[in-house]
Design a protein around this ligand. Structure first.
Ligand SMILES: [Zn+2]
Ligand SMILES: [Zn+2]
Length: 495
């Protein structure tokens, strides 16, 4: 599609006629003001409010969409903008990965497109981004949306109040909650407040697993609210909802949509490393809006901002069950890699494993690399047959984790994929090769956070076997001890 400008409106043309241009090359796109007498399509209103979609995302004809533009109900935005002659994808913020192709829509030989967000449909120089600019569809204002009988711990309650206030004042807050603090419940009162105002709320999280776990919980406590779960391939994709639980990637389709946006595990990959996801979060917010970040392990920069007062934050230093966090023990184990080459393990590691096996107690053993883990597995299996290993590309990953949950596996060897998000109720945890660079401060705090999570089994052992202590190990231990000290001072733990 190309456009010509006539009577200060865009008009679509389907051939390369004189004065016609792909949308990206039009200097400034005229936007007609809304015609109050236009009878608009309510389905389009629902689909496009707070969104930025492509023609290909919709089943409506180009003529119907264009008539909504002409009457001021749909806004056309440039999909690719040029800054100093360098392309920039307006949908995803990418400014590096572009390609060109001979395009049958705009009839240009070298129509540019964004390679970065292509999995969500191709953004090319001739496909405008479509956004609703007519009256917003009315959201339900709940009188009391929250139906939850549970109790907040004292630590959760303080954070819950801070979240609520942040939402009322439309500010930003980081909730720094230790692993096992119960951070989801801390959002309930704040979300309820937002729904009372008739606001749209989104919880964005890096992983699909978390979306699938959170959505039913939120549907249960907000039974009268429309809740949608969005991830690659989900069926809720076009469902207009007031409360959305989405993977961070899904935010590429949103534009000025949310009054309250919660970003879960803000320190986790890919969000922490991918600037386009951070761009997507900013694009999805309304102005003004409130922003809640959740994490158990803020990165160094954020920790420094907290300490210097540059970032508004709130800690939950204790777990909901009022037991302190298990503190890692550091145990030097010599050159373990060399021993592993000779099909042996350091004695001290064998002893640690044997103690668990003899007691029939489940354990996780973290290793820095898949190759190392594959060499360690047969050595450990000599101690007991019921031992497995799992890593990110393992086709049986889900089944192996499930076996561990059902206590069918006694010891599970793992890479960092199990560092967060999983709960096994009663386990001990060790890291072999804790000195490896892959074990950052956050990774080690998260790994230690796997121990003692349930109220029935709130304690356990966490050991870092190492061949030379690292700063990350020392910082991780210090972070855990600081949280315990803070919790003790505030009267949030019993032991
Ligand atoms: Zn084109
Ligand atoms: Zn893009």
């Amino acid at each position: 599609m190309r456009f010509i400008i006539k009577n200060s409106h865009l008009h679509p043309v389907f051939e390369k006629i004189q004065h016609s241009l792909p949308v990206t090359q039009i200097d400034s796109i005229p936007q007609p003001s809304p015609n109050p007498n236009f009878s608009f399509n309510e389905q389009l209103q629902q689909l496009l409010t707070g969104k930025q979609l492509l023609h290909d995302d919709l089943e409506h004809s180009i003529e119907e969409i264009h008539s909504h533009y002409e009457n001021g109900y749909i806004q056309y935005r440039k999909p690719i903008s040029y800054q100093n002659n360098k392309p920039f994808c307006v949908r995803c913020g990418n400014n590096q990965f572009f390609a060109h192709f001979p395009c049958s829509r705009c009839h240009e030989e070298d129509c540019a497109y964004c390679r970065h967000c292509i999995m969500m449909g191709r953004v090319s120089a001739c496909t405008p981004l479509l956004t609703w600019s007519g009256p917003e569809f009315p959201l339900f204002k709940a009188r009391n949306a929250l139906k939850w009988e549970g109790q907040l711990s004292k630590g959760q309650e303080a954070a819950s109040n801070a979240v609520k206030l942040t939402i009322i004042e439309q500010k930003e807050l980081l909730v720094w909650a230790v692993c096992g603090a119960g951070k989801t419940e801390v959002l309930f009162n704040g979300i309820n407040e937002a729904l009372l105002f008739g606001q749209r709320v989104c919880i964005a999280t890096p992983r699909t697993d978390v979306v699938l776990e959170l959505a039913p919980r939120l549907k249960k406590v907000f039974p009268d609210t429309t809740v949608a779960a969005l991830y690659g391939g989900s069926e809720d994709r076009h469902r207009p909802a007031q409360l959305i639980i989405a993977t961070t990637h899904q935010l590429f389709r949103f534009y000025q949509a949310f009054d309250t946006l919660v970003v879960d595990e803000v320190d986790a990959f890919p969000y922490s490393k991918d600037e386009t996801l951070q761009y997507a979060v900013q694009q999805a917010r309304k102005s003004p809006s409130s922003m809640i970040y959740l994490t158990a392990t803020p990165n160094k920069k954020w920790q420094a901002q907290c300490r210097s007062g540059k970032r508004n934050y709130m800690t939950i230093p204790a777990r909901f069950h009022r037991f302190s966090l298990p503190v890692p023990e550091f145990t030097w184990c010599g050159n373990w890699e060399k021993l592993v080459e000779k099909q042996r393990l350091p004695n001290i590691v064998t002893r640690w494993l044997k103690e668990r096996i003899d007691a029939g107690r489940q354990a996780l053993l973290f290793l820095p690399k898949i190759a190392k883990m594959e060499k360690v597995l047969p050595i450990v299996q000599r101690l007991h047959t019921n031992i497995q290993a799992v890593h990110a590309e393992d086709p049986d990953r889900k089944e192996k984790v499930q076996n561990m949950r059902e206590k069918k596996t006694l010891v599970l060897l793992t890479t960092t994929i199990l560092e967060r998000g999983v709960t096994f109720p009663n386990i001990d945890v060790a890291v072999l090769g804790a000195e490896d660079r892959i074990f950052t401060e956050s990774a080690l705090v998260q790994i230690a956070g796997r121990v003692g999570r349930s109220a029935d089994a709130p304690t356990g052992n966490i050991t870092f076997f190492h061949y030379g202590k690292t700063k990350a190990m020392v910082r991780a231990k210090k972070q855990i001890m600081n949280m315990n000290a803070e919790a003790r001072k505030k009267g949030l733990i019993n032991d």
